[in-house]
Write a protein that binds this ligand. Structure first.
Ligand code: ZN
Length: 154
């Protein structure tokens, strides 16, 4: 399942990437600019109801909520998604690139000292160079992902 998120749902795009879904930013969509994304079999995501009317011949979900987490719930429900935990945190939330596992030695100069002392699992985005580690932030996001997914499965 692949997505293209327009300007109105940028935070939603980040959550979908954290769950492992291939999600690109489409910028502002128009009937013309939407075509390439549709051709890649991407489901378009927007909050713009007028736009979604214009694009209704394409696969598009018009989100109702203003809250990114509720928007995730809407997508999960609309498509009956069954997000797989093994894909969580496999993709850069900023640029959608698949992350690569790296050793501490490879990234030790790019992270704060307290992080390198405390954690031992790291991954890196080779496009935007962001380094990820399994810290408290990671645990909080993981918990949130579980609540988002489980609520809709029941
Ligand atoms: Zn990145």
């Amino acid at each position: 399942m692949k997505f293209a998120a327009d300007r109105t749902v940028g935070r939603l795009a980040q959550w979908l990437r954290l769950m492992g879904y291939d999600t690109v930013n489409s910028g502002s969509l128009s009937p013309e600019s939407a075509i390439p994304f549709a051709n890649e079999n991407r489901i378009l995501l927007t909050r713009d109801t007028r736009l979604s009317q214009k694009l209704k011949s394409l696969k598009i979900i018009c989100l109702i909520s203003n809250d990114p987490k509720d928007q995730v719930r809407e997508v999960v429900k609309a498509l009956r998604l069954q997000p797989d935990e093994k894909y969580f945190f496999t993709r850069c939330k900023l640029c959608n690139t698949i992350l690569t596992r790296v050793t501490l030695e490879e990234i030790v100069n790019q992270i704060p000292d307290h992080v390198s002392k405390k954690y031992n699992r790291f991954s890196k985005c080779h496009t935007c160079k962001k380094v990820y580690w399994q810290g408290t932030h990671y645990e909080r996001i993981q918990k949130t992902l579980h609540t988002l997914v489980d609520k809709e499965r029941r």
